[in-house]
Write a protein that binds this ligand. Structure first.
Ligand code: RB5
Length: 151
């Protein structure tokens, strides 16, 4: 699977860790940065990953900032993005099976590496169930088509 990954400085260490997990799984990883611990703006990297997912240049995205909240806010402003912040396995799995989330967001200052690894693996391995859930996603998309410009 082709996956874009990005973080700010607060998510950098966890982003690098997650990148190694993805590479060990033989996923194709597109790292948009950041490239070190120097202070940067989560908005810039969130928009890069969200744009790649929105344009179908990658299948899924993973974003990491300190809390995960900033990345969630900015990614969900991009048309076609369903970004899910997950601090636990239940949320991660449900965000795929019920919501067809296309971006996973992690909090680098909140979630430890061991839990983050399980969250990432379960999120990637959980298929969307469709069925009754599609009606709600159709409503989100109808709203996007009425009110949002692409990017
Ligand atoms: C950066 O200091 C921090 O504000 C940011 O990573 C994030 O936590 C925002 O949600």
């Amino acid at each position: 699977m082709k996956i874009a990954i990005g973080s700010d400085h607060a998510g950098f260490e966890l982003k690098e860790y997650v990148k190694r997990i993805l590479q060990e799984r033989n996923e194709t990883v597109l790292d948009v940065g950041t490239t070190g611990p120097e202070s940067v703006d989560y908005t810039d990297f969130g928009l890069k990953v969200a744009g790649l997912v929105s344009r179908n240049e990658v299948e899924k995205g993973i974003l990491v900032c300190g809390t995960g909240v900033g990345m969630s806010i900015i990614a969900n402003k991009v048309k076609g993005i369903r970004a899910s912040l997950a601090f636990d396995l239940y949320t991660a799995i449900q965000s795929r099976s019920h919501l067809d989330a296309n971006i996973l967001v992690l909090g680098g200052r909140v979630t430890g590496k061991g839990l983050a690894e399980e969250i990432v693996k379960n999120w990637l391995d959980t298929p969307y169930e469709g069925g009754r859930h599609q009606r709600r996603i159709d409503k989100i998309e109808a709203w996007e088509n009425s009110y949002m410009d692409k990017e």
